[in-house]
Design a binder for this molecule. Structure first.
Ligand code: FPP
Length: 235
Protein backbone atom coordinates (compact mmCIF):
# COMPACT_ATOMS: atom_id res chain seq x y z
CA UNK A 1 0.00 0.00 0.00
CA UNK A 2 2.78 2.37 0.96
CA UNK A 3 4.29 2.51 -2.53
CA UNK A 4 1.06 4.09 -3.81
CA UNK A 5 1.50 6.87 -1.30
CA UNK A 6 2.09 10.35 -2.66
CA UNK A 7 5.71 11.30 -3.34
CA UNK A 8 5.23 15.03 -2.69
CA UNK A 9 2.67 16.30 -0.17
CA UNK A 10 2.02 20.02 0.28
CA UNK A 11 0.07 21.47 3.19
CA UNK A 12 -1.69 24.78 3.72
CA UNK A 13 -1.76 24.80 7.51
CA UNK A 14 -4.89 26.89 8.06
CA UNK A 15 -7.07 27.53 11.11
CA UNK A 16 -4.59 28.36 13.88
CA UNK A 17 -6.39 31.62 14.70
CA UNK A 18 -9.85 30.02 14.77
CA UNK A 19 -8.56 27.15 16.92
CA UNK A 20 -7.45 29.71 19.54
CA UNK A 21 -10.52 31.95 19.24
CA UNK A 22 -12.83 28.96 19.80
CA UNK A 23 -11.09 28.47 23.15
CA UNK A 24 -11.06 32.15 24.11
CA UNK A 25 -7.29 32.28 23.64
CA UNK A 26 -5.09 34.72 21.73
CA UNK A 27 -4.43 33.89 18.07
CA UNK A 28 -0.75 33.42 18.89
CA UNK A 29 -1.59 30.41 21.08
CA UNK A 30 -3.06 28.82 17.96
CA UNK A 31 0.22 29.34 16.11
CA UNK A 32 2.11 27.76 19.00
CA UNK A 33 -0.16 24.69 18.78
CA UNK A 34 0.23 24.80 15.01
CA UNK A 35 3.99 24.55 15.37
CA UNK A 36 3.55 21.49 17.58
CA UNK A 37 1.26 19.90 14.98
CA UNK A 38 3.87 20.53 12.28
CA UNK A 39 6.59 18.96 14.42
CA UNK A 40 4.51 15.75 14.72
CA UNK A 41 3.54 15.60 11.05
CA UNK A 42 7.10 16.26 9.83
CA UNK A 43 8.32 13.40 12.03
CA UNK A 44 5.61 11.10 10.62
CA UNK A 45 5.50 11.52 6.86
CA UNK A 46 8.99 10.38 5.86
CA UNK A 47 8.30 6.91 7.28
CA UNK A 48 5.26 6.66 4.98
CA UNK A 49 7.35 6.66 1.83
CA UNK A 50 6.62 10.35 1.27
CA UNK A 51 9.78 11.95 -0.09
CA UNK A 52 8.90 15.64 -0.10
CA UNK A 53 6.84 17.66 2.37
CA UNK A 54 6.14 21.30 1.51
CA UNK A 55 4.42 23.57 4.02
CA UNK A 56 3.09 27.12 3.79
CA UNK A 57 4.58 28.82 6.86
CA UNK A 58 4.23 32.48 5.87
CA UNK A 59 2.92 34.07 2.69
CA UNK A 60 3.98 37.35 1.13
CA UNK A 61 0.45 38.53 2.01
CA UNK A 62 0.82 37.64 5.71
CA UNK A 63 2.73 40.93 6.31
CA UNK A 64 -0.72 42.56 6.37
CA UNK A 65 -1.36 41.03 9.82
CA UNK A 66 -0.86 42.92 13.11
CA UNK A 67 2.76 43.54 14.06
CA UNK A 68 2.29 41.58 17.29
CA UNK A 69 1.19 38.47 15.38
CA UNK A 70 3.98 38.79 12.80
CA UNK A 71 6.62 39.21 15.53
CA UNK A 72 5.21 36.21 17.34
CA UNK A 73 5.35 34.09 14.19
CA UNK A 74 8.94 35.13 13.40
CA UNK A 75 10.03 34.22 16.94
CA UNK A 76 8.14 30.96 16.67
CA UNK A 77 9.99 30.14 13.44
CA UNK A 78 13.32 30.91 15.14
CA UNK A 79 12.47 28.68 18.09
CA UNK A 80 11.15 25.89 15.87
CA UNK A 81 14.21 25.96 13.59
CA UNK A 82 16.41 25.62 16.67
CA UNK A 83 14.42 22.94 18.48
CA UNK A 84 11.52 21.35 16.63
CA UNK A 85 13.14 19.70 13.68
CA UNK A 86 15.98 17.79 15.34
CA UNK A 87 14.21 14.45 14.74
CA UNK A 88 13.59 15.31 11.10
CA UNK A 89 17.25 16.23 10.63
CA UNK A 90 18.37 13.01 12.35
CA UNK A 91 16.13 11.01 10.01
CA UNK A 92 18.32 12.29 7.16
CA UNK A 93 15.91 14.82 5.72
CA UNK A 94 17.20 17.84 3.83
CA UNK A 95 15.60 21.12 4.94
CA UNK A 96 15.16 23.79 2.28
CA UNK A 97 13.26 27.07 2.04
CA UNK A 98 11.19 28.61 -0.74
CA UNK A 99 10.45 32.32 -0.83
CA UNK A 100 12.24 35.65 -0.79
CA UNK A 101 14.52 37.03 1.89
CA UNK A 102 13.38 40.66 1.83
CA UNK A 103 11.64 41.91 4.99
CA UNK A 104 12.93 38.90 6.97
CA UNK A 105 15.24 39.74 9.90
CA UNK A 106 18.91 38.78 9.81
CA UNK A 107 18.27 36.42 12.73
CA UNK A 108 15.59 34.50 10.85
CA UNK A 109 17.72 34.39 7.68
CA UNK A 110 20.70 33.10 9.68
CA UNK A 111 18.58 30.35 11.27
CA UNK A 112 17.26 29.33 7.84
CA UNK A 113 20.76 29.23 6.37
CA UNK A 114 22.03 27.17 9.30
CA UNK A 115 19.31 24.54 8.82
CA UNK A 116 19.96 24.38 5.08
CA UNK A 117 23.71 24.08 5.55
CA UNK A 118 23.45 21.41 8.27
CA UNK A 119 21.18 19.19 6.19
CA UNK A 120 22.45 19.80 2.66
CA UNK A 121 23.87 16.28 2.22
CA UNK A 122 20.79 14.48 3.57
CA UNK A 123 19.02 12.21 1.12
CA UNK A 124 16.13 10.48 2.91
CA UNK A 125 13.65 13.20 2.04
CA UNK A 126 13.08 16.92 1.58
CA UNK A 127 11.32 19.30 3.95
CA UNK A 128 10.46 22.44 1.99
CA UNK A 129 9.39 25.33 4.22
CA UNK A 130 7.71 28.11 2.25
CA UNK A 131 8.44 31.31 4.14
CA UNK A 132 7.73 34.75 2.73
CA UNK A 133 6.48 32.85 -0.27
CA UNK A 134 4.02 33.59 -3.09
CA UNK A 135 3.33 31.28 -6.04
CA UNK A 136 3.01 34.01 -8.68
CA UNK A 137 6.19 35.63 -7.34
CA UNK A 138 8.01 32.33 -7.79
CA UNK A 139 6.92 32.05 -11.44
CA UNK A 140 7.81 35.69 -12.19
CA UNK A 141 11.16 35.28 -10.49
CA UNK A 142 11.90 32.17 -12.59
CA UNK A 143 10.80 33.98 -15.77
CA UNK A 144 13.20 36.85 -15.05
CA UNK A 145 16.10 34.44 -14.49
CA UNK A 146 15.30 32.57 -17.73
CA UNK A 147 15.06 35.86 -19.66
CA UNK A 148 18.48 36.85 -18.38
CA UNK A 149 19.96 33.50 -19.42
CA UNK A 150 18.47 33.93 -22.90
CA UNK A 151 19.82 37.48 -23.12
CA UNK A 152 23.27 36.30 -22.10
CA UNK A 153 23.14 33.45 -24.64
CA UNK A 154 23.23 30.65 -22.03
CA UNK A 155 20.00 29.06 -23.33
CA UNK A 156 17.79 29.27 -26.41
CA UNK A 157 14.07 30.07 -26.33
CA UNK A 158 13.38 26.68 -27.95
CA UNK A 159 15.07 24.95 -24.98
CA UNK A 160 12.36 26.09 -22.57
CA UNK A 161 10.40 23.05 -21.40
CA UNK A 162 8.47 22.39 -18.18
CA UNK A 163 11.45 20.55 -16.71
CA UNK A 164 13.86 23.37 -17.60
CA UNK A 165 11.44 25.95 -16.17
CA UNK A 166 11.24 23.89 -12.97
CA UNK A 167 14.99 24.36 -12.46
CA UNK A 168 14.54 28.15 -12.32
CA UNK A 169 11.99 28.00 -9.48
CA UNK A 170 13.07 28.62 -5.86
CA UNK A 171 13.83 24.88 -5.68
CA UNK A 172 13.82 22.17 -8.32
CA UNK A 173 11.14 19.96 -6.73
CA UNK A 174 9.04 17.09 -8.10
CA UNK A 175 5.37 17.83 -8.84
CA UNK A 176 2.94 17.91 -5.92
CA UNK A 177 0.81 14.76 -5.76
CA UNK A 178 -1.40 15.70 -2.83
CA UNK A 179 -2.35 19.13 -1.52
CA UNK A 180 -3.94 19.25 1.93
CA UNK A 181 -5.70 22.35 3.25
CA UNK A 182 -7.13 22.34 6.74
CA UNK A 183 -9.92 24.42 8.32
CA UNK A 184 -12.60 24.06 5.66
CA UNK A 185 -11.32 26.70 3.25
CA UNK A 186 -11.27 25.51 -0.37
CA UNK A 187 -8.69 27.80 -1.97
CA UNK A 188 -5.05 27.47 -2.97
CA UNK A 189 -4.13 31.03 -1.93
CA UNK A 190 -1.17 31.54 -4.27
CA UNK A 191 0.62 28.43 -2.97
CA UNK A 192 2.99 26.48 -5.28
CA UNK A 193 0.90 27.16 -8.40
CA UNK A 194 3.38 25.66 -10.86
CA UNK A 195 4.05 22.49 -8.86
CA UNK A 196 0.33 21.89 -8.27
CA UNK A 197 -0.66 21.41 -11.92
CA UNK A 198 -1.85 17.80 -11.45
CA UNK A 199 -2.20 17.63 -7.67
CA UNK A 200 -5.10 15.91 -5.98
CA UNK A 201 -6.79 18.25 -3.49
CA UNK A 202 -7.83 17.20 0.00
CA UNK A 203 -9.83 19.70 2.04
CA UNK A 204 -10.75 18.97 5.64
CA UNK A 205 -12.68 20.93 8.28
CA UNK A 206 -10.10 19.96 10.92
CA UNK A 207 -8.20 23.02 12.14
CA UNK A 208 -4.42 22.79 11.71
CA UNK A 209 -3.54 22.49 15.45
CA UNK A 210 -5.80 19.39 15.57
CA UNK A 211 -4.33 17.79 12.45
CA UNK A 212 -2.46 14.71 13.66
CA UNK A 213 -1.08 11.41 12.34
CA UNK A 214 -4.60 9.92 12.08
CA UNK A 215 -5.77 12.86 9.97
CA UNK A 216 -2.69 12.47 7.79
CA UNK A 217 -3.55 8.79 7.26
CA UNK A 218 -7.09 9.81 6.23
CA UNK A 219 -5.70 12.22 3.65
CA UNK A 220 -3.36 9.55 2.26
CA UNK A 221 -6.19 6.97 2.15
CA UNK A 222 -8.32 9.43 0.20
CA UNK A 223 -5.44 10.06 -2.22
CA UNK A 224 -4.84 6.35 -2.80
CA UNK A 225 -8.48 5.89 -3.87
CA UNK A 226 -8.28 8.62 -6.52
CA UNK A 227 -7.98 7.78 -10.19
CA UNK A 228 -5.20 9.95 -11.58
CA UNK A 229 -5.30 10.21 -15.36
CA UNK A 230 -3.10 13.24 -16.03
CA UNK A 231 -5.33 14.30 -18.90
CA UNK A 232 -5.55 10.79 -20.38
CA UNK A 233 -8.55 8.46 -20.40
CA UNK A 234 -9.46 5.57 -18.11
CA UNK A 235 -8.09 2.24 -19.38
C1 FPP B 1 -2.78 30.02 9.06
O1 FPP B 1 -3.72 30.06 10.12
C2 FPP B 1 -1.45 29.81 9.58
C3 FPP B 1 -0.38 30.66 9.41
C4 FPP B 1 -0.45 31.92 8.66
C5 FPP B 1 0.91 30.36 10.03
C6 FPP B 1 1.40 28.94 9.87
C7 FPP B 1 2.41 28.72 10.89
C8 FPP B 1 2.50 27.64 11.68
C9 FPP B 1 1.67 26.43 11.54
C10 FPP B 1 3.51 27.69 12.76
C11 FPP B 1 4.66 26.74 12.61
C12 FPP B 1 5.43 26.85 11.37
C13 FPP B 1 6.76 26.58 11.29
C14 FPP B 1 7.41 26.55 9.96
C15 FPP B 1 7.58 26.31 12.47
P1 FPP B 1 -4.50 31.40 10.36
O2 FPP B 1 -3.74 32.22 11.33
O3 FPP B 1 -4.78 32.06 9.05
O4 FPP B 1 -5.82 30.87 11.02
P2 FPP B 1 -7.28 31.47 10.83
O5 FPP B 1 -7.62 31.37 9.37
O6 FPP B 1 -8.12 30.59 11.69
O7 FPP B 1 -7.23 32.89 11.33
Amino acid sequence: MDNKNPNHVAIIMDGNGRWAQKRGLKRTKGHQKGAEALKKISEYVYDKNIKVLSVFAFSTENWKRDKEEIDYLMNLFLKAFKENFEVVKKKGVKVIFSGVKDKLSNKVIAAMEKMTEETKDNEKGIFNICLNYGGQDEIINATKKISLDIKEGNINIKDITPSLFNKYLFNDLPPIDLLIRTSGECRISNFMLWQMAYAEFYFTDVLWPDFDEKEMDKAIESYIKRDRRFGGVEK
